[in-house]
Design a protein around this ligand. Structure first.
Ligand SMILES: NC(=O)c1ccc[n+]([C@@H]2O[C@H](COP(=O)([O-])OP(=O)(O)OC[C@H]3O[C@@H](n4cnc5c(N)ncnc54)[C@H](OP(=O)(O)O)[C@@H]3O)[C@@H](O)[C@H]2O)c1
Length: 253
């Protein structure tokens, strides 16, 4: 349960080594989070983040293996997390891969790998997570979507398609939870300087993991349904969405 000041106390992070997720976890640690579970593949990176969170005063920090591709294990994983921790106020779903557009548009197996992580993995774990939040009657799933899913671009339409699918699913999941006490918050960052985008030219309105983390924390505080990061992307993307295709095709990137 949130504490008397409305702060999130228990957090499960899927994609626990994500730079955006860890920046958010640090913010939540400063705001008195008491339990943070980092779940992902890179245990070395997660262990060092866990040490940092403990030093920041989080009582209970755990690192556990989680693979978005192991859909056969997601129900068991979620059951185990709730059995161990009782409940979570926040699940931050941050795993994702960018893929390699040039390869992915020529190699169906590679394209499917991007969809498997970003879309199928998110749906597969999202269903048991929503069941747990529904049963406990409170809590939020904050999911990292992307502006790339708002209108698929030539430069990254495989990734864009995977995020469009994720975004649509979680918007519907949000609607399905109305009245249950549980919520979904869809987060749509633009270009963020992280490992994922390293070496790529920054897009307009590029931002940092810390700024996205601030937007996520502010979104949680106001029970937002959708968070754009930075916020200016909401009107920008609304305009971009309606550009005639010949104009849209000429846009950079
Ligand atoms: N950076 C951006 O410009 C941007 C913009 C919009 C949205 N996003 C989204 O924000 C989220 C976080 O990205 P980030 O920028 O923080 O990049 P990041 O640091 O590369 O984080 C992505 C995380 O996903 C994990 N992951 C990949 N495949 C996985 C799998 N099969 N199972 C479990 N975990 C897996 C990675 O694990 P490993 O550490 O093991 O590789 C990594 O920790 C992603 O969903 C991304 O699509 C990013």
């Amino acid at each position: 349960m949130k504490d008397a000041f409305g702060s999130v106390q228990s957090v499960l992070v899927l994609g626990g080594a994500s730079e955006i997720a860890l920046a958010t976890a640090r913010r939540l640690a400063q705001r008195r989070a008491r339990t943070i579970v980092l779940a992902g593949r890179d245990t070395t990176r997660m262990q060092s983040a866990a040490d940092e969170l403990r030093a920041a005063g989080v009582d209970r920090v755990e690192v556990v293996p989680f693979d978005a591709l192991r859909t056969d294990e997601h129900q068991r994983f979620v059951d185990e997390m709730w059995a161990r921790h009782g409940e979570f106020d926040l699940v931050l779903l941050a795993f994702g891969v960018l893929g390699d557009q040039e390869r992915d548009e020529r190699d169906a197996g590679a394209a499917l790998q991007v969809l498997d992580v970003n879309f199928r993995g998110a749906v597969s774990v999202g269903i048991p997570l929503a069941q747990k939040l529904r049963a406990q009657g409170h809590g939020c799933i904050a999911v990292l979507s992307s502006v790339a899913g708002e209108r698929a671009r030539r430069a990254n339409f495989v990734y864009g398609a995977s995020k469009a699918g994720l975004d649509a699913f979680y918007q519907g999941l949000a609607d399905s939870l109305v009245g249950s006490g549980a919520q979904v918050m869809v987060v749509r960052p633009g270009f963020v300087h992280t490992r994922m985008t390293e070496g790529r030219p920054a897009a307009p309105f590029a931002t940092t993991p810390d700024k996205v983390a601030d937007d996520i924390v502010r979104g949680l505080a106001r029970n937002a349904v959708t968070v754009w990061s930075p916020g200016v992307l909401r009107p920008v993307m609304s305009a971009v969405r309606h550009l005639p295709r010949p104009v849209f095709r000429r846009m950079r990137g």
